[in-house]
Design a protein around this ligand. Structure first.
Ligand code: PMP
Length: 453
């Protein structure tokens, strides 16, 4: 099939996620055809470095034969097993045990989902089950952060703080509340880490006081806010928020859908701060995007409280594809790869990426460079002193994405003039240097674009 006819079929039939449907129809799909390592090739034969690992997920890189083999072997042996009726599969059981072994603290119980949104949804249900089971059903209010992203199911979209996901749905629900983000580059309290941490702690305390001290069930935070623009909290922020949640008797839910599985260095970013959340969500890097899967981790305390509360009754929560054996087999192989050198390579490549991006600070358009490991962003401005964003009317994100693509680089270009980077952890030095070089080329071209200045 020619790439032109695919574009026509796509236009006529395939509905794309988070897209302007009419805008997409006009522009037409770009068909990706093949990939190897960190390089993706489209249907016209144009090759690019994938600086975003698909959608922050292909951590192992493309074309890893042992992952393909693991899936094929499991498909031949047992392509499906339900977890209902107390049934199970070896791959899912082993993956749960391996993950529990590596997860922070007592996060010893794993509930598998299909991705991140249903992992977040599952935590909302687990949190409510927990609060009922311990006799505090009035604790039914949830708090998350401005600029946070927690999926696009209706419940998760209410925890998500991006207005695009709310309009027309009455979201956020009246039990979903927000406090300001730690966003250091544009924080009313300034960029001093101690002041930012103090402001977040005070905001959480004030919000709990406002809602009612005995009403709040859980607080959600990403260790680094991803879809909100790769916002990195100061060191100590997660720890401070975790501690205040404990003090206020609020469950702390760490959403590690992006940060999990080596993106910031260790297997889980909570380890960066030595914290143990009450619940943790993961997806993406769990299977490196080869097949869909997410995982919710429950602490001993949360799991046992729910289990005791339900007694002999079933806990009413489950999916047909919970703990899918093929996804679990892929997860096991990907986990093996992380520990057989992928995490280490990611840490080395991450240091090179951060140094390379910092070297772009001298560029007239670069206002801020931030990140940790293989998760980073640069924020573009037209005036560094005033931190003036690029003019939204010029639609800079599409222009920059297109230019980078032509220059042989895939990045995430946020509408706000933020460029996001999350390359595969398998990147070579040449891949990382290529990302930096092609970014500089893209920025130089953008600087010459009269509409963007
Ligand atoms: N939580 C976070 C922190 C995410 O970044 C995402 C997806 N980018 C989700 C949840 C939702 O995951 P999914 O797209 O797999 O449903």
């Amino acid at each position: 099939m020619t790439s032109n006819s695919l574009v026509e079929l796509d236009r006529a039939h395939l509905v794309h996620p988070v897209a302007s449907y009419r805008g997409h129809e006009r522009a037409g799909v770009r068909v990706l055809k093949s990939a190897k390592g960190a390089i993706v090739t489209d249907a016209t034969g144009h090759s690019m470095i994938d600086g975003f690992a698909g959608l922050w997920c292909v951590n192992a890189g493309y074309g890893v034969e042992s992952i393909v083999e693991a899936a094929a072997k499991q498909m031949r042996e047992l392509p499906y097993a339900t977890g209902y009726f107390s049934l199970g599969s070896e791959s899912a059981i082993r993956l749960a045990a391996e993950l529990a072994d590596r997860a922070p603290g007592d996060l010893n119980h794993v509930y598998f989902t299909l991705g991140g949104s249903d992992a977040v949804d599952s935590t909302v249900r687990f949190v409510r089950y927990y609060q009922h089971a311990r006799g505090t059903p009035q604790k039914d209010q949830f708090i998350s952060l401005a600029s946070g992203y927690h999926g696009s199911s209706t419940v998760g979209a209410g925890l998500t703080a991006l207005p695009l996901f709310h309009a027309g749905f009455g979201l956020p629900f009246d039990w979903q509340h927000k406090i300001p983000s730690h966003y250091a580059y544009r924080n009313p309290v300034g960029s001093d880490p101690a002041a930012i941490i103090a402001a977040s702690v005070a905001a959480l305390r004030a919000k709990v006081e406002e809602i009612g001290p005995d009403r709040v069930a859980a607080f959600y935070a990403e260790p680094i806010q991803g879809s909100g623009g790769v916002l990195v909290p100061p060191d100590g922020w997660m720890k401070a928020m975790r501690e205040v949640c404990r003090e206020l008797d609020i469950l702390f839910v760490a959403d590690e859908v992006i940060t999990g599985f080596g993106r910031t260095g260790p297997l889980f970013a909570c380890t960066d701060e030595g914290i143990v959340p009450d619940l943790m969500t993961t997806a993406k890097g769990l299977t490196s995007g080869y097949v869909p899967m997410g995982a919710v981790f429950l602490s001993d305390h949360v799991y046992n409280t729910i289990a005791d509360g339900a007694g002999e009754s079933a806990v009413g929560h489950g999916y047909t594809y919970s703990a899918h054996p093929v996804s679990a087999a892929v997860g096991l192989e990907v986990l093996r790869l992380y520990e057989a050198g992928l995490l280490e390579n990611g840490r080395r490549a991450g240091a090179r990426l951060m140094a390379g991006l910092r070297s772009l600070s001298d560029h007239p358009l670069v206002g801020d460079v931030r990140g940790r490991g293989m998760l980073a962003a640069i924020e573009l401005v037209t005036d560094k002193a005033r931190k003036t964003p690029l003019p939204a009317a010029a639609d800079p994100s599409h222009r920059i994405f297109d230019r980078a693509w032509d220059n042989g680089l895939v990045i995430r270009a946020f509408a706000t003039g933020i460029l996001g980077y999350a390359p595969p952890l398998c990147c070579t030095d040449a891949d990382i240097d290529g990302i930096i070089e092609r970014t500089r080329m893209t920025l130089d071209q953008t600087l010459e674009d009269p509409d963007v200045r």
